[in-house]
Design a protein around this ligand. Sequence first.
Ligand code: NAD
Length: 396
Amino acid sequence: MNINYNNGQWIVPDNPDIGLIIGDGIGIDVTPAAVKVIDAAVKKAYGRAINWVEIVVGEKAEKQFGNLLPQHSLEQIKQLRVVLKGPLTTPVAEGHRSLNVTLRQTFDLYQCVRPVRYFPGVPAPMKEPQLVDVVIFRENTEDVYAGIEWEKGTPAAQEIIAFLKLKGFTVRDDSGVGIKPISEFGSKRLVRAAAEFAVKNKRKNITLVHKGNIMKYTEGAFQQWGYDVLRKEFGDKIVFEEDLAGNELPAGKILVKHRIADSMFQQLLLRPDEYDVIATTNLNGDYLSDAAAAQVGGLGIAPGANIGDGIAIFEATHGSAPKHAGLDKANPGSVILSGVMMLELIGWTKAAELIIKGMERTIQNKTVTYDFERLLPGAKLVKCSQFAEEVIKNME
Ligand code: NAD
């Protein structure tokens, strides 16, 4: 049965149909391994089963249908609403856009959600990686990712440059030109989603990250629109740092602050425990989420989700690592934990908790795939499929 979405609520039957994009490269290893873990947790927690519906996208679709992203696959995503996805290769030939970016734009998946926390035992570069526990909400449709760019020397680029000169700006004639649109609508809905998450999950604070000191009408406006929506719609649940004036935060309230992007990178290194939910623009969020994941050594196991109103795609944040494809050696952690996010979204939290427990124990036992094993003295090397089996065993 299909999952439905009504008035901001996901309506989930006991045996839901969920889309599955296996993905290219190591997708054939990590995605089936993750499915095994998710199925085992769902069965153990609820005695239920997910009906996985394969959606063919990427190289497999190119082979079968001569198209990387066939129309009927897009229809399936629209109908199924919730999808778990392995990594997809971006073809290098000119004229191809990233399939991931296309999916985000086609379905208006405006929230890119990346939780970053430490799993004890993971080799991490920080002294106290356990202090990092943030959920980053990155705006996913605007900013320099809107794809509005003109190549140097083209008539369009020259026209834009001429217009800019008319307005008194200095732009060299041999420039490529890109446009960075940031809207009130796009900013407010992203900050609203971050705040709803913070309230629902009883998180301590929300930080808006921007570069408004330099880009006032885009990045600075993001912060102001964000503050507006928080003041208007969450006023009884939050306190702005500026209004606190050194006093204690009243019990049960969420602290709201904002930080300039460059300072935020320092802050996350120096005082990670002061940050909790982060809402930011597209480019800042791209850099910040990878940097945060690296801090906890978790780039290979970092999960992610692209969420819109009524459609959600949960995906590995790493790529398709073609040289390891089909060798049953890649780390399935990123897809497994994306599955955890998926289970949380549909409200199956007991199954999500079982998987977290299984992952924590497996990594703590130093039973790990090659990427961690080479950094962990005394670790036991396992294959991708064996790692999944260990996680299942450790759910007991
Ligand atoms: P990559 O993430 O595929 O590989 C980077 C490095 O990380 C490689 O050394 C690889 O061996 C290692 N690695 C990645 N995932 C791993 C895992 N699960 N376990 C162990 N090691 C892992 O990045 P890339 O080489 O830049 O990109 C390859 C392809 O993937 C490109 O076509 C790129 O466009 C695409 N890509 C897709 C996504 C996505 O689908 N979300 C994200 C990034 C890149």
